[in-house]
Design a binder for this molecule. Sequence first.
Ligand SMILES: Cc1cc2c(cc1C)N(C[C@H](O)[C@H](O)[C@H](O)COP(=O)(O)OP(=O)(O)OC[C@H]1O[C@@H](n3cnc4c(N)ncnc43)[C@H](O)[C@@H]1O)c1[nH]c(=O)[nH]c(=O)c1N2
Ligand SMILES: CC(C)C(=O)C(=O)O
Ligand SMILES: [Mn+2]
Length: 486
Amino acid sequence: MALWSILKVRVRASLRNFQRPLTTIASRVDERVRVRLGEVVGSGNVSSSLAVREQHGRDESFHACKPPDVVVWPENTAQVRQLARICYDHSVPMVPYGTGTGIEGGVVAEEGGVCFDLSRMTDIVDLHEEDLDVTVQPGVTRVALNTHLRHTGLWFPVDPGADASLCGMAATSASGTHTTRYGSMRENVANLEVVLADGRLLHTAGEGRHTRKTSAGYNLTNLFVGSEGTLGIITSATLRLFPQPEAVASAVCPMPSVTAAGECTLQLLRSGVPLARIELLDDVMMDACNRYKGLDYAVQPTLFLEFHGTPASVQEQIRTAEEVLSGYGAGQLRWALAASERARLWEARHQAYYAARALRPGSVGYVTDVCVPISKLPEVITTTKEDLIQSRLTGPIAGHVGDGNFHCILAFSEHGEQERQRITEFCHRLVTRALAVGGTCTGEHGVGVGKRGYLLDEVGETGLEVMRQLKRALDPKGLMNPGKVV
Ligand SMILES: Cc1cc2c(cc1C)N(C[C@H](O)[C@H](O)[C@H](O)COP(=O)(O)OP(=O)(O)OC[C@H]1O[C@@H](n3cnc4c(N)ncnc43)[C@H](O)[C@@H]1O)c1[nH]c(=O)[nH]c(=O)c1N2
Ligand SMILES: CC(C)C(=O)C(=O)O
Ligand SMILES: [Mn+2]
Protein backbone atom coordinates (compact mmCIF):
# COMPACT_ATOMS: atom_id res chain seq x y z
CA MET A 1 0.00 0.00 0.00
CA ALA A 2 1.36 3.48 -0.83
CA LEU A 3 2.43 5.57 2.17
CA TRP A 4 -0.34 8.08 1.36
CA SER A 5 -3.03 5.37 1.68
CA ILE A 6 -1.50 4.05 4.91
CA LEU A 7 -1.62 7.54 6.32
CA LYS A 8 -5.27 7.99 5.42
CA VAL A 9 -6.20 4.65 6.98
CA ARG A 10 -4.28 5.50 10.17
CA VAL A 11 -5.92 8.89 10.54
CA ARG A 12 -9.41 7.41 9.92
CA ALA A 13 -8.78 4.63 12.46
CA SER A 14 -7.59 7.11 15.04
CA LEU A 15 -10.70 9.25 14.53
CA ARG A 16 -12.97 6.18 14.76
CA ASN A 17 -11.37 5.33 18.10
CA PHE A 18 -12.63 8.61 19.52
CA GLN A 19 -15.65 7.73 21.60
CA ARG A 20 -18.29 10.41 21.25
CA PRO A 21 -19.44 11.76 24.59
CA LEU A 22 -22.98 11.29 25.75
CA THR A 23 -25.01 13.94 23.96
CA THR A 24 -25.22 14.65 20.24
CA ILE A 25 -23.93 18.11 19.44
CA ALA A 26 -26.43 20.53 17.92
CA SER A 27 -25.11 21.32 14.45
CA ARG A 28 -26.43 24.89 14.23
CA VAL A 29 -26.96 27.79 16.57
CA ASP A 30 -30.65 28.56 16.17
CA GLU A 31 -32.27 31.97 16.47
CA ARG A 32 -33.36 31.36 20.05
CA VAL A 33 -29.76 30.73 21.16
CA ARG A 34 -28.48 33.68 19.13
CA VAL A 35 -30.92 36.02 20.90
CA ARG A 36 -29.91 34.71 24.33
CA LEU A 37 -26.21 35.18 23.54
CA GLY A 38 -26.90 38.75 22.39
CA GLU A 39 -28.76 39.46 25.63
CA VAL A 40 -25.61 38.58 27.59
CA VAL A 41 -22.99 40.55 25.63
CA GLY A 42 -25.05 43.25 23.89
CA SER A 43 -25.68 43.52 20.16
CA GLY A 44 -22.25 45.11 19.43
CA ASN A 45 -20.47 42.05 20.81
CA VAL A 46 -22.05 39.29 18.74
CA SER A 47 -21.83 38.67 15.01
CA SER A 48 -23.10 36.16 12.46
CA SER A 49 -21.60 37.92 9.44
CA LEU A 50 -19.85 35.51 7.07
CA ALA A 51 -16.71 37.67 6.84
CA VAL A 52 -16.34 37.72 10.63
CA ARG A 53 -17.07 34.00 10.93
CA GLU A 54 -14.53 33.14 8.22
CA GLN A 55 -11.91 35.29 9.87
CA HIS A 56 -12.42 33.27 13.07
CA GLY A 57 -12.63 29.84 11.43
CA ARG A 58 -8.92 29.60 10.60
CA ASP A 59 -5.52 30.32 12.06
CA GLU A 60 -2.12 31.16 10.49
CA SER A 61 -1.69 27.63 9.10
CA PHE A 62 -2.82 25.87 5.93
CA HIS A 63 -5.66 24.07 7.73
CA ALA A 64 -8.92 24.72 5.89
CA CYS A 65 -11.28 27.35 7.26
CA LYS A 66 -14.41 26.08 8.99
CA PRO A 67 -16.33 29.06 10.33
CA PRO A 68 -18.26 29.03 13.59
CA ASP A 69 -21.98 29.90 13.41
CA VAL A 70 -21.64 32.91 15.68
CA VAL A 71 -18.77 34.96 17.14
CA VAL A 72 -19.16 36.55 20.58
CA TRP A 73 -16.85 39.02 22.35
CA PRO A 74 -17.40 38.71 26.10
CA GLU A 75 -16.00 41.55 28.21
CA ASN A 76 -15.65 39.80 31.54
CA THR A 77 -15.61 36.38 33.20
CA ALA A 78 -19.22 36.63 34.35
CA GLN A 79 -20.31 36.99 30.71
CA VAL A 80 -18.12 34.03 29.66
CA ARG A 81 -19.85 31.93 32.32
CA GLN A 82 -23.35 32.95 31.20
CA LEU A 83 -22.49 32.33 27.53
CA ALA A 84 -21.06 28.90 28.35
CA ARG A 85 -24.18 27.99 30.32
CA ILE A 86 -26.40 28.88 27.34
CA CYS A 87 -24.24 26.76 25.00
CA TYR A 88 -24.26 23.92 27.49
CA ASP A 89 -28.04 24.00 27.90
CA HIS A 90 -28.52 23.93 24.11
CA SER A 91 -25.64 21.47 23.41
CA VAL A 92 -23.82 23.97 21.19
CA PRO A 93 -20.03 23.65 20.62
CA MET A 94 -17.72 26.36 22.00
CA VAL A 95 -14.39 27.36 20.45
CA PRO A 96 -12.12 29.73 22.44
CA TYR A 97 -10.21 32.23 20.27
CA GLY A 98 -7.15 34.20 21.41
CA THR A 99 -5.37 35.96 18.56
CA GLY A 100 -5.68 33.21 15.91
CA THR A 101 -1.91 32.84 15.43
CA GLY A 102 -1.97 29.07 16.05
CA ILE A 103 -0.33 26.68 13.61
CA GLU A 104 -2.34 23.44 14.04
CA GLY A 105 -5.89 24.54 13.19
CA GLY A 106 -6.89 24.89 16.86
CA VAL A 107 -9.58 27.51 16.22
CA VAL A 108 -11.08 25.81 13.16
CA ALA A 109 -14.76 25.28 14.09
CA GLU A 110 -14.93 21.60 13.13
CA GLU A 111 -18.58 21.37 14.21
CA GLY A 112 -19.63 25.01 13.98
CA GLY A 113 -20.96 26.52 17.20
CA VAL A 114 -19.98 29.65 19.08
CA CYS A 115 -16.52 31.20 18.84
CA PHE A 116 -15.53 33.01 22.05
CA ASP A 117 -13.22 35.82 20.88
CA LEU A 118 -11.53 36.89 24.12
CA SER A 119 -9.61 39.87 22.71
CA ARG A 120 -11.78 42.45 24.51
CA MET A 121 -10.74 41.20 27.95
CA THR A 122 -7.47 43.14 28.12
CA ASP A 123 -6.91 43.91 31.82
CA ILE A 124 -3.66 43.24 33.60
CA VAL A 125 -5.46 42.36 36.78
CA ASP A 126 -2.79 41.95 39.44
CA LEU A 127 0.88 42.81 39.24
CA HIS A 128 2.85 41.59 42.26
CA GLU A 129 6.30 43.06 41.63
CA GLU A 130 7.62 41.84 44.97
CA ASP A 131 6.46 38.27 44.26
CA LEU A 132 7.58 38.32 40.60
CA ASP A 133 4.19 37.41 39.18
CA VAL A 134 1.24 38.90 37.35
CA THR A 135 -2.33 37.92 36.48
CA VAL A 136 -3.67 38.76 33.03
CA GLN A 137 -7.00 38.47 31.24
CA PRO A 138 -7.14 36.44 27.99
CA GLY A 139 -6.94 39.42 25.63
CA VAL A 140 -3.50 40.49 26.91
CA THR A 141 -0.73 39.63 24.46
CA ARG A 142 2.92 38.96 25.31
CA VAL A 143 4.07 42.24 23.76
CA ALA A 144 1.36 44.21 25.60
CA LEU A 145 2.43 42.64 28.90
CA ASN A 146 6.12 43.36 28.34
CA THR A 147 5.33 46.94 27.31
CA HIS A 148 3.37 47.33 30.54
CA LEU A 149 6.27 45.86 32.55
CA ARG A 150 9.01 47.89 30.85
CA HIS A 151 9.51 50.34 33.74
CA THR A 152 9.28 47.77 36.53
CA GLY A 153 12.57 45.99 35.78
CA LEU A 154 10.63 42.76 35.19
CA TRP A 155 9.64 40.85 32.06
CA PHE A 156 7.88 37.71 30.82
CA PRO A 157 10.26 35.69 28.62
CA VAL A 158 8.13 33.15 26.70
CA ASP A 159 8.16 34.49 23.13
CA PRO A 160 6.56 32.62 20.24
CA GLY A 161 7.27 34.57 17.03
CA ALA A 162 3.74 35.96 16.90
CA ASP A 163 2.30 38.47 19.34
CA ALA A 164 -0.06 35.83 20.72
CA SER A 165 -2.43 36.13 23.67
CA LEU A 166 -0.88 34.84 26.88
CA CYS A 167 -3.90 32.65 27.65
CA GLY A 168 -3.77 31.25 24.08
CA MET A 169 -0.09 30.54 24.77
CA ALA A 170 -1.07 28.72 27.96
CA ALA A 171 -3.74 26.83 26.00
CA THR A 172 -1.15 25.59 23.46
CA SER A 173 1.74 25.19 25.93
CA ALA A 174 3.74 27.58 23.80
CA SER A 175 7.46 28.19 24.02
CA GLY A 176 9.91 30.43 22.22
CA THR A 177 13.50 31.47 21.77
CA HIS A 178 14.14 31.98 25.52
CA THR A 179 12.79 28.60 26.61
CA THR A 180 16.24 26.99 26.97
CA ARG A 181 16.96 29.37 29.85
CA TYR A 182 13.54 30.43 31.19
CA GLY A 183 11.20 27.54 30.37
CA SER A 184 7.98 27.28 28.36
CA MET A 185 4.40 28.07 29.41
CA ARG A 186 4.39 24.76 31.35
CA GLU A 187 6.99 26.07 33.78
CA ASN A 188 5.74 29.66 33.92
CA VAL A 189 2.02 29.43 34.67
CA ALA A 190 1.23 29.43 38.38
CA ASN A 191 -2.58 29.51 38.29
CA LEU A 192 -5.42 29.67 35.77
CA GLU A 193 -9.02 30.81 36.05
CA VAL A 194 -11.12 28.58 33.80
CA VAL A 195 -14.78 28.60 32.81
CA LEU A 196 -15.81 24.97 32.41
CA ALA A 197 -18.23 23.75 29.75
CA ASP A 198 -21.26 24.02 32.07
CA GLY A 199 -20.32 27.53 33.24
CA ARG A 200 -18.68 26.56 36.53
CA LEU A 201 -15.61 28.59 37.52
CA LEU A 202 -12.36 26.79 38.38
CA HIS A 203 -9.14 28.24 39.81
CA THR A 204 -6.62 25.53 39.01
CA ALA A 205 -4.40 26.30 42.02
CA GLY A 206 -7.11 27.78 44.25
CA GLU A 207 -8.60 31.27 44.13
CA GLY A 208 -6.07 34.08 44.65
CA ARG A 209 -3.08 31.73 45.10
CA HIS A 210 0.20 32.65 43.46
CA THR A 211 3.02 30.66 45.02
CA ARG A 212 6.28 29.60 43.34
CA LYS A 213 5.41 25.97 44.06
CA THR A 214 2.68 23.76 45.53
CA SER A 215 2.14 20.09 46.40
CA ALA A 216 -1.57 20.49 47.05
CA GLY A 217 -3.21 17.69 45.10
CA TYR A 218 -3.29 17.06 41.39
CA ASN A 219 -1.63 19.61 39.15
CA LEU A 220 -4.75 21.04 37.53
CA THR A 221 -2.80 24.01 36.20
CA ASN A 222 -0.69 21.81 33.99
CA LEU A 223 -3.74 19.82 32.93
CA PHE A 224 -5.10 23.00 31.34
CA VAL A 225 -1.73 24.16 29.96
CA GLY A 226 -1.74 22.59 26.49
CA SER A 227 -5.45 21.63 26.60
CA GLU A 228 -6.12 23.75 23.47
CA GLY A 229 -9.60 24.88 24.47
CA THR A 230 -10.87 21.29 24.79
CA LEU A 231 -11.38 21.34 28.57
CA GLY A 232 -12.53 24.89 29.29
CA ILE A 233 -12.09 28.59 28.54
CA ILE A 234 -9.13 30.25 30.28
CA THR A 235 -10.30 33.64 31.56
CA SER A 236 -7.12 34.61 33.37
CA ALA A 237 -3.57 33.35 33.83
CA THR A 238 -1.11 34.01 36.65
CA LEU A 239 2.40 34.07 35.23
CA ARG A 240 5.92 34.07 36.64
CA LEU A 241 8.07 37.10 35.90
CA PHE A 242 11.84 37.53 35.78
CA PRO A 243 14.17 40.46 36.47
CA GLN A 244 15.32 42.10 33.25
CA PRO A 245 18.96 41.07 32.74
CA GLU A 246 21.53 43.75 33.47
CA ALA A 247 23.70 42.91 30.44
CA VAL A 248 22.67 41.28 27.15
CA ALA A 249 24.80 40.28 24.16
CA SER A 250 23.54 38.63 20.96
CA ALA A 251 25.57 37.11 18.16
CA VAL A 252 25.10 35.40 14.83
CA CYS A 253 27.55 32.60 14.09
CA PRO A 254 27.89 30.79 10.72
CA MET A 255 28.54 27.04 10.98
CA PRO A 256 29.92 24.57 8.41
CA SER A 257 26.84 22.28 8.47
CA VAL A 258 23.61 21.62 10.38
CA THR A 259 25.31 18.54 11.86
CA ALA A 260 28.16 20.65 13.25
CA ALA A 261 25.65 23.20 14.53
CA GLY A 262 23.65 20.46 16.30
CA GLU A 263 26.78 18.88 17.85
CA CYS A 264 28.09 22.28 18.91
CA THR A 265 24.74 23.09 20.56
CA LEU A 266 25.00 19.92 22.62
CA GLN A 267 28.52 20.79 23.71
CA LEU A 268 27.50 24.34 24.62
CA LEU A 269 24.65 23.01 26.76
CA ARG A 270 26.99 20.50 28.42
CA SER A 271 29.60 23.20 29.08
CA GLY A 272 27.18 24.77 31.54
CA VAL A 273 27.01 28.17 29.84
CA PRO A 274 23.53 29.43 30.83
CA LEU A 275 22.55 30.28 27.24
CA ALA A 276 19.59 32.65 27.13
CA ARG A 277 18.89 31.77 23.51
CA ILE A 278 20.33 29.37 20.97
CA GLU A 279 18.53 29.03 17.65
CA LEU A 280 19.57 27.38 14.40
CA LEU A 281 18.61 28.57 10.93
CA ASP A 282 19.84 26.45 8.02
CA ASP A 283 21.28 27.90 4.81
CA VAL A 284 17.91 27.94 3.01
CA MET A 285 16.29 29.77 5.91
CA MET A 286 19.15 32.28 6.12
CA ASP A 287 18.68 33.03 2.44
CA ALA A 288 14.93 33.44 2.98
CA CYS A 289 15.47 35.80 5.95
CA ASN A 290 18.05 37.87 4.05
CA ARG A 291 15.60 38.35 1.19
CA TYR A 292 12.57 39.00 3.40
CA LYS A 293 14.27 41.44 5.77
CA GLY A 294 16.91 42.96 3.46
CA LEU A 295 19.79 41.49 5.49
CA ASP A 296 23.23 40.36 4.37
CA TYR A 297 24.10 37.38 6.57
CA ALA A 298 26.22 34.56 5.09
CA VAL A 299 24.01 31.93 3.45
CA GLN A 300 25.18 29.11 5.73
CA PRO A 301 23.68 27.16 8.62
CA THR A 302 23.80 29.73 11.41
CA LEU A 303 23.45 29.77 15.18
CA PHE A 304 21.75 32.78 16.76
CA LEU A 305 22.97 33.14 20.34
CA GLU A 306 22.21 35.35 23.31
CA PHE A 307 23.81 35.71 26.74
CA HIS A 308 22.19 37.31 29.82
CA GLY A 309 23.72 38.25 33.17
CA THR A 310 25.91 40.84 34.83
CA PRO A 311 28.48 42.47 32.51
CA ALA A 312 31.24 40.29 34.02
CA SER A 313 29.27 37.03 33.79
CA VAL A 314 28.25 37.76 30.18
CA GLN A 315 31.95 38.24 29.30
CA GLU A 316 32.79 34.91 30.92
CA GLN A 317 29.92 33.12 29.14
CA ILE A 318 31.10 34.54 25.82
CA ARG A 319 34.69 33.35 26.42
CA THR A 320 33.55 29.78 27.12
CA ALA A 321 31.08 29.78 24.21
CA GLU A 322 33.74 31.03 21.77
CA GLU A 323 36.09 28.21 22.79
CA VAL A 324 33.37 25.60 22.19
CA LEU A 325 32.25 27.18 18.89
CA SER A 326 35.78 27.25 17.49
CA GLY A 327 36.03 23.48 18.06
CA TYR A 328 33.16 22.94 15.58
CA GLY A 329 34.49 25.08 12.72
CA ALA A 330 32.41 28.18 13.51
CA GLY A 331 32.98 31.24 11.34
CA GLN A 332 33.34 34.83 12.51
CA LEU A 333 30.74 35.84 15.12
CA ARG A 334 28.76 38.97 14.29
CA TRP A 335 27.79 40.75 17.49
CA ALA A 336 24.68 42.80 18.18
CA LEU A 337 25.10 44.72 21.42
CA ALA A 338 22.84 47.79 21.13
CA ALA A 339 19.18 47.12 21.94
CA SER A 340 18.06 48.24 18.45
CA GLU A 341 20.54 45.90 16.70
CA ARG A 342 19.46 42.99 18.86
CA ALA A 343 15.81 43.73 18.17
CA ARG A 344 16.52 43.67 14.41
CA LEU A 345 18.32 40.34 14.68
CA TRP A 346 15.58 38.61 16.68
CA GLU A 347 12.81 40.16 14.62
CA ALA A 348 14.36 38.42 11.59
CA ARG A 349 14.33 35.11 13.52
CA HIS A 350 10.73 35.59 14.71
CA GLN A 351 9.55 36.26 11.16
CA ALA A 352 11.13 33.06 9.77
CA TYR A 353 7.67 31.60 9.01
CA TYR A 354 6.72 34.50 6.78
CA ALA A 355 10.22 34.66 5.26
CA ALA A 356 9.94 30.98 4.25
CA ARG A 357 6.48 31.50 2.75
CA ALA A 358 7.70 34.56 0.85
CA LEU A 359 10.08 32.27 -1.09
CA ARG A 360 6.89 31.24 -2.88
CA PRO A 361 4.45 34.15 -3.12
CA GLY A 362 0.83 33.12 -2.66
CA SER A 363 1.79 29.90 -0.85
CA VAL A 364 0.49 28.46 2.40
CA GLY A 365 2.77 27.01 5.07
CA TYR A 366 3.01 23.47 6.43
CA VAL A 367 5.10 23.63 9.61
CA THR A 368 6.62 20.60 11.32
CA ASP A 369 7.36 20.76 15.05
CA VAL A 370 9.18 17.65 16.24
CA CYS A 371 11.20 17.76 19.45
CA VAL A 372 13.77 15.10 20.34
CA PRO A 373 16.08 14.40 23.29
CA ILE A 374 18.91 16.90 22.78
CA SER A 375 21.53 14.18 22.24
CA LYS A 376 19.55 12.96 19.20
CA LEU A 377 19.23 16.38 17.60
CA PRO A 378 22.35 16.30 15.37
CA GLU A 379 21.36 12.91 13.90
CA VAL A 380 17.66 13.76 13.38
CA ILE A 381 18.28 17.19 11.89
CA THR A 382 20.96 15.82 9.52
CA THR A 383 18.72 12.99 8.29
CA THR A 384 15.84 15.42 7.87
CA LYS A 385 17.91 17.77 5.73
CA GLU A 386 18.92 14.81 3.52
CA ASP A 387 15.30 13.69 3.32
CA LEU A 388 14.23 17.18 2.17
CA ILE A 389 16.77 17.08 -0.64
CA GLN A 390 15.79 13.54 -1.72
CA SER A 391 12.10 14.49 -1.60
CA ARG A 392 12.77 17.53 -3.84
CA LEU A 393 11.15 19.79 -1.24
CA THR A 394 12.10 23.30 -0.15
CA GLY A 395 11.69 23.26 3.61
CA PRO A 396 13.83 25.89 5.34
CA ILE A 397 14.71 24.80 8.88
CA ALA A 398 14.41 26.98 11.98
CA GLY A 399 15.12 25.33 15.31
CA HIS A 400 14.93 26.06 19.00
CA VAL A 401 17.91 23.74 19.15
CA GLY A 402 18.65 24.28 22.84
CA ASP A 403 15.40 22.39 23.49
CA GLY A 404 15.86 19.74 20.75
CA ASN A 405 12.94 21.31 18.85
CA PHE A 406 13.04 22.35 15.19
CA HIS A 407 10.65 23.26 12.37
CA CYS A 408 10.74 22.66 8.62
CA ILE A 409 8.56 25.27 6.97
CA LEU A 410 7.22 23.89 3.71
CA ALA A 411 5.63 26.55 1.54
CA PHE A 412 3.30 25.04 -1.03
CA SER A 413 0.52 25.98 -3.41
CA GLU A 414 -2.92 24.90 -2.24
CA HIS A 415 -3.58 23.61 -5.76
CA GLY A 416 -0.56 21.28 -6.13
CA GLU A 417 -1.95 17.89 -5.04
CA GLN A 418 1.21 15.88 -5.86
CA GLU A 419 3.48 18.23 -3.99
CA ARG A 420 1.09 18.23 -1.05
CA GLN A 421 1.30 14.44 -1.02
CA ARG A 422 5.12 14.51 -0.99
CA ILE A 423 5.00 16.98 1.88
CA THR A 424 2.58 14.81 3.88
CA GLU A 425 4.79 11.77 3.35
CA PHE A 426 7.91 13.72 4.35
CA CYS A 427 6.21 15.00 7.52
CA HIS A 428 5.10 11.48 8.38
CA ARG A 429 8.66 10.19 8.05
CA LEU A 430 9.94 13.05 10.20
CA VAL A 431 7.46 12.41 13.02
CA THR A 432 8.17 8.66 12.86
CA ARG A 433 11.91 9.39 13.10
CA ALA A 434 11.37 11.67 16.11
CA LEU A 435 9.09 9.21 17.92
CA ALA A 436 11.59 6.37 17.30
CA VAL A 437 14.31 8.20 19.27
CA GLY A 438 12.05 9.12 22.21
CA GLY A 439 10.80 12.44 20.83
CA THR A 440 7.40 14.07 20.35
CA CYS A 441 5.34 15.03 17.29
CA THR A 442 4.90 18.54 18.69
CA GLY A 443 7.27 20.45 20.92
CA GLU A 444 5.21 23.65 21.13
CA HIS A 445 2.46 24.13 18.52
CA GLY A 446 0.07 21.55 19.96
CA VAL A 447 -2.01 18.75 18.49
CA GLY A 448 -4.94 20.73 17.08
CA VAL A 449 -6.35 18.93 14.06
CA GLY A 450 -2.93 18.40 12.43
CA LYS A 451 -1.28 15.96 14.87
CA ARG A 452 -4.30 14.00 16.12
CA GLY A 453 -3.30 10.91 14.15
CA TYR A 454 -0.01 10.68 16.09
CA LEU A 455 -1.22 10.91 19.67
CA LEU A 456 -1.85 7.17 20.01
CA ASP A 457 1.69 6.31 18.84
CA GLU A 458 3.15 8.91 21.15
CA VAL A 459 1.33 8.33 24.45
CA GLY A 460 0.09 4.77 23.95
CA GLU A 461 -3.39 3.27 24.36
CA THR A 462 -3.62 3.78 28.10
CA GLY A 463 -2.28 7.32 27.83
CA LEU A 464 -4.85 8.23 25.21
CA GLU A 465 -7.69 6.54 27.08
CA VAL A 466 -6.83 8.44 30.30
CA MET A 467 -6.80 11.70 28.31
CA ARG A 468 -10.25 10.85 26.92
CA GLN A 469 -11.55 9.95 30.38
CA LEU A 470 -10.35 13.33 31.67
CA LYS A 471 -12.03 15.03 28.72
CA ARG A 472 -15.31 13.23 29.40
CA ALA A 473 -15.16 14.07 33.11
CA LEU A 474 -14.74 17.79 32.46
CA ASP A 475 -16.79 18.08 29.27
CA PRO A 476 -19.38 15.27 29.33
CA LYS A 477 -21.28 16.63 26.34
CA GLY A 478 -18.13 17.01 24.22
CA LEU A 479 -18.84 20.69 23.53
CA MET A 480 -15.41 22.23 24.17
CA ASN A 481 -13.57 22.70 20.86
CA PRO A 482 -14.72 19.36 19.42
CA GLY A 483 -12.53 17.56 16.89
CA LYS A 484 -9.25 18.65 18.50
CA VAL A 485 -6.49 16.86 20.43
CA VAL A 486 -8.20 13.65 21.58
C1 LIG B 1 5.04 33.78 12.83
C2 LIG B 1 4.64 32.82 13.90
C3 LIG B 1 5.63 32.31 14.74
C4 LIG B 1 5.27 31.43 15.75
C5 LIG B 1 3.92 31.03 15.93
C6 LIG B 1 2.93 31.53 15.07
C7 LIG B 1 3.29 32.41 14.06
C8 LIG B 1 2.21 32.93 13.15
N1 LIG B 1 3.60 30.16 16.97
C9 LIG B 1 2.22 29.66 17.12
C10 LIG B 1 1.27 30.52 17.98
O1 LIG B 1 1.68 31.84 18.09
C11 LIG B 1 1.09 29.89 19.35
O2 LIG B 1 0.50 28.61 19.22
C12 LIG B 1 0.24 30.71 20.31
O3 LIG B 1 0.34 30.15 21.58
C13 LIG B 1 -1.23 30.80 19.91
O4 LIG B 1 -1.86 31.81 20.70
P1 LIG B 1 -3.19 32.53 20.18
O5 LIG B 1 -3.63 33.48 21.22
O6 LIG B 1 -2.99 33.09 18.83
O7 LIG B 1 -4.16 31.28 20.12
P2 LIG B 1 -5.23 30.90 19.02
O8 LIG B 1 -6.33 31.88 19.06
O9 LIG B 1 -4.57 30.64 17.72
O10 LIG B 1 -5.73 29.50 19.61
C14 LIG B 1 -4.90 28.38 19.68
C15 LIG B 1 -5.58 27.27 20.48
O11 LIG B 1 -5.73 27.67 21.84
C16 LIG B 1 -7.11 27.74 22.20
N2 LIG B 1 -7.29 28.95 23.01
C17 LIG B 1 -6.93 30.22 22.69
N3 LIG B 1 -7.23 31.04 23.71
C18 LIG B 1 -7.79 30.28 24.69
C19 LIG B 1 -8.31 30.54 25.97
N4 LIG B 1 -8.30 31.76 26.51
N5 LIG B 1 -8.83 29.50 26.69
C20 LIG B 1 -8.81 28.25 26.20
N6 LIG B 1 -8.35 27.94 24.98
C21 LIG B 1 -7.82 28.94 24.24
C22 LIG B 1 -7.88 27.78 20.89
O12 LIG B 1 -9.17 27.21 21.03
C23 LIG B 1 -6.97 26.95 19.99
O13 LIG B 1 -7.21 25.58 20.20
C24 LIG B 1 4.58 29.71 17.83
N7 LIG B 1 4.26 28.93 18.89
C25 LIG B 1 5.23 28.52 19.76
O14 LIG B 1 4.92 27.85 20.73
N8 LIG B 1 6.53 28.85 19.54
C26 LIG B 1 6.92 29.60 18.48
O15 LIG B 1 8.10 29.81 18.29
C27 LIG B 1 5.91 30.10 17.60
N9 LIG B 1 6.24 30.92 16.58
C1 LIG C 1 7.66 28.35 12.31
C2 LIG C 1 7.03 29.16 13.41
C3 LIG C 1 5.58 28.87 13.52
C4 LIG C 1 7.77 28.91 14.68
O1 LIG C 1 7.34 28.20 15.55
C5 LIG C 1 9.10 29.51 14.82
O2 LIG C 1 9.50 30.38 14.02
O3 LIG C 1 9.80 29.13 15.77
MN1 LIG D 1 8.92 27.71 17.08
